[in-house]
Design a protein around this ligand. Structure first.
Ligand code: PGA
Length: 331
């Protein structure tokens, strides 16, 4: 069934896709699969729906437990880092303030914590979270420093407003807003030119790429292009965190297995090992997993030796869930 569905991705045109999707829905339901329609609407992807609807999803590409290369020191203490990506939520400032107060009530945390609210809420976030140790970042930044670029935000504006982090290269920026690896790289360099800004750089493969075994090559390319020109010194200072986010896991409720996340994170360290002559870069890099992380899944993911934190979307909008994920990242 999964092979048949995979072929549907190749159908040209949305109408044809929709027709075949509907037909497949009928067949899949008859075959006993539980279908999650929300996922189908979001991705027009039956494969995602089948995996997510199945209590024991069988992934077409399996990953055995893997360890990082022996060249990478295993005793580097990487402080866990949990980040909340609010995306285009919540709809009003009043709701944002309620959410911020909920986070403030959670106090100070052992793991490093960053939240990425929408720009209009940044100053409220900085005020309300002052003293909690929770960092505040922006969900994107432009690469221009000033001038006639209507709608753009310069890294210096974020830095001088008190932001400490910028999220760059999120898959929604890549797929919905056409950001390429080279434009993401320009943003990375522009943000790092601001001494007080740190970057969370997102990488990850789509479902189709995952299914045909392209995870490692996709992530390798995104890293080489996204980090082009970034110095080993900046990385050794911890100014960049990599967020591995398989696109098929984002917002779908379908979290990667710990072994899948571990394999991807090892692949990321391997790329860093070949990009930088100093192996400490690969050893010290903190790599978050992102994609449907919840209080239930965080501990098993964090138990993997190369998973250093989580980038959380939906669950970061519920203070209780986000606080549990932060706790789970440490314990
Ligand atoms: P999710 O989003 O946790 O809702 O899957 C993660 C992200 O997009 O960063």
């Amino acid at each position: 069934m999964i092979l048949y569905i995979h072929l549907l991705h190749k159908q040209p045109g949305n109408n044809m896709k929709l027709f075949y999707c509907n037909l497949s829905l009928v067949l899949a339901t008859a075959a006993g699969f539980t279908i999650q329609t929300g996922n189908i609407n979001k991705y027009n992807s039956i494969s995602t729906a089948l995996y997510a609807g199945n209590p024991n999803p069988v992934f077409p590409v399996q990953y055995a437990p893997v360890a990082a290369s022996p060249a990478i020191s295993s005793n580097t203490n990487r402080r866990p880092i949990v980040a909340g990506n609010w995306k285009l939520n919540p709809a009003t400032k009043a709701e944002a303030i309620e959410l911020l107060n909920g986070l403030k009530a959670g106090g100070v945390h052992d793991s490093e914590v960053v939240i990425f609210p929408p720009l209009p809420y940044l100053s409220d976030a900085l005020t309300i979270l002052a003293g909690t140790g929770i960092n505040v970042g922006a969900q994107n930044a432009g690469s221009n420093t000033k001038g006639a670029f209507t709608g753009e935000i310069a890294p210096s504006m974020l830095a001088s407003s008190g932001c400490s982090h910028v999220l760059l290269g999120h898959s929604e920026r890549r797929s919905l807003f056409g950001e390429s690896d080279s434009s993401i790289n320009e943003r990375v360099q522009a943000c790092l030119a601001e001494a007080s800004l740190n970057v969370v750089l997102c990488v990850g493969e789509t479902l189709e790429e995952y299914e045909i075994g392209l995870l490692k090559s996709v992530v390798d390319t995104q890293l080489r292009k996204g980090l082009a020109g970034v110095s080993a010194d900046d990385l050794l200072m911890g100014r960049v965190v990599i967020a591995y986010e398989p696109v098929w896991a984002i917002g779908t409720g379908l979290v990667a297995t710990p072994n899948q996340a571990q394999a991807a994170h090892v692949a990321i360290r391997d790329t860093l090992l070949s990009m930088y002559t100093n192996p400490e870069v690969a050893s010290k890099m903190r790599i978050q997993y992102g994609g449907s992380v919840s209080p239930d899944s965080v501990k098993d993911l964090m138990a993997m030796p190369d998973v250093d934190g989580a980038l959380v979307g939906g669950a970061s909008l519920i203070p209780d869930s986000f606080l549990k994920i932060i706790q789970g990242s440490w314990n």
